[in-house]
Unconditional design. Sequence first.
Length: 766
Amino acid sequence: SERKTIHYLKLSAPWDVLVYYAEELCMRAPLQAQPNPDRNSSAEVLQWLCIPNALQQHVPNKPADYYTCAFRRSKLDKFLGSDSRDSYFSNTQRHRIVYEILARTIYGKRKRAEIGINRLLNERVYAAAFPLHEGPFETPESEVPDEALNPRQVLYRFWAQWGCWYRYQPLDHIRQYFGEKIAIYFAWLGFYTAWLLPAAAVGTVVFLAGLVAMGTNTASVSGEEAVWPLCSVPLQVGYLFDHPGTVFFSVFMSFWAVTFLEYWKRKSATLAHHWDCMDFQEEEERPRPEFAAMAPRMEQNPITGLKEPYFPKQDRLSRVLTGSMAIVIMVRRRAWPGLTSPARERWRHARVGHCPAGNIANISSSLVNLALILLMSQVYTSLAEKLTRWEMHRTQTLHEDAFTFKVFIFQFVNFYSSPFYVAFFKGRFVGYPGQYGTLLGLRNEECGPGGCLIELAQQLFIIMVGKQIISNVQEFVIPKLKAWRQKRKLARVRGAQISQEPPRWEEDYELIECEGLFEEYLEMVLQFGFITIFVAAFPLAPLFALLNNWVEIRLDAQKFVCEYRRPVAYRAQDIGVWFLILEVLAQISAFLIAFTSDFLPRLLYQYEHDSQLQGYVNFTLAYSPPRYLATGNHTLCRYKAFRDANGNYTLFYWKLLAVRLGFIIAFEHVVFFFLRLIDWLVPDVPGSLELKIKRERYLAKQALADNQEVLLTVSRDSASPGQCARSWRARVCPCPSVKQTRASERLTGAHTEWEALGWRGWREDS
């Protein structure tokens, strides 16, 4: 009810502070400018084929490329641009330095771990702290040359607009404005989307081939016996998702996945070198604010020698084990997808012999399951966050890794439990007439005549495509609602000043806080699982993933450029733990082919009985046992199973089981062999890049030698055409270690003078 006053605190760093911390943080400094060509393999292929490249676009003010080396204050005169203090450090470098200062500053008692801006934000002393955007993102109404646009306007015009959906992303501009961590995410997303093109093309061809071949299926039912459930349509529709083409596509996608990951490692190494992160090592991290606030005592850090908050390892271990038990309980609870089974059974038994009833039941239960998945996603994420916080991990990296593991386990079970149930369990424990299998008093579900692959395809389509549509709508609507709410809140505070032109920091405060990249990575990793694990049942999955990612890139770009406050420019050289998760998902697709597809039973039948599959359907149908006919008013019927007249499994069943297990072992070994072969043939670091790195290390050491003539010699050599100098950049000068005590002394005397370009902090007082 009482109006609040917002106090904005402007911070800046003078030259001496910037130079000091640039050396301590091992920042890279330019030695010599180099050409910065576009690095797109598709552009090189199109140029070699003399085909015009519609994906290419000219983006103004492209960042220059340099020889770089770890900054040394004593060698300042040898770095390019050292005479221009105003422009020597980029804005992202200034932001990083000031954030480091704010994160280290002691504002209270060290024994209470009252250190850093994050602790102040946690305790609501400050409402937020972030670097400023470099002007508005809207382009001027009057015609101005592209080179006159500010960096934010350049990103909006040449990246975030919907009309750029088919263009290459300006990754160097993204890295210059947002830092390497965000740039590497968009580089991975663009690389993944580009690799989806061949997968989507092959999947579409396989699906169309299934449509054509659906009417040529020679397997048929003969005789006058009743088949239950009585429906001939699924026999043909099932062939749409279960024919030799889908098996080929499954094998193709397994090789596609491992090849994609191997080439991404090369791309990641190239970008890390290009962005000076090849030798990046995360510095010794400070304790998290929440950890510092709740730690029971202080202990000496063996690395820094300083007293830091400490939590006993035994207590943490007991908490981790307790949290693991909670995860197991929740996973078991969610892995029970039979919640919607009674609804399907009522539909199915309501009108036996009518296919639409079963299809409606499957679709309706899939929609209910999708709603349950989306609801439980929020519950699981909240639970994982509370468990991870309770486990008291010391650093933010350890906290994020533990949180990532928990959320992925939860979401893996949440999204994949129903498809896994249909693929591997449904129809396996049905029993036979007179001896049906039950669980908790309910009869187990059986598959239709066309197999469970039809229902699996329906589930995958609804869950995958429905999740993508809902997520995109949320990403489009929710940030705008949050921004509207933030503007209304500020309008009440500003009152009569609302008509005045607000300064940059007030406009940025109206934006919403950057929510990081965790949800973005999680969404894409779950999508990757759908197109690799279950692609045998849904060949169109890569196509829908491709369409979604074209939209996803623009939505994420608009969020970062237009709707988020500017995040701190963190460094990174790869996508981290997510790559390990992708590798696991890429190697478990063989089980679906072996246990769900009808490919192996058909193949074994062709080998043992008839190469033309004549009588195959009859062969897969067993007769009801005589004792079933003797009890009650039952007529002779047939059901899908490899059983004899007494309900026992036939020899063909055991042969088929051996073939399936052998197929899994053989297929996995082939995939592993192919992965190792690619790993051997395609090194993680390209040979040309490895040569550059070695050469650049030598040049960097020579360039910073005390002899001034060495740098001149390097410059002359780099101009000669035979020295591969067009893309050298020195990287590996040893970074000097600066004692922590020296940093603390310097920080104490300088923290009242900083004027960090583009940084604002504020506090809300009643």
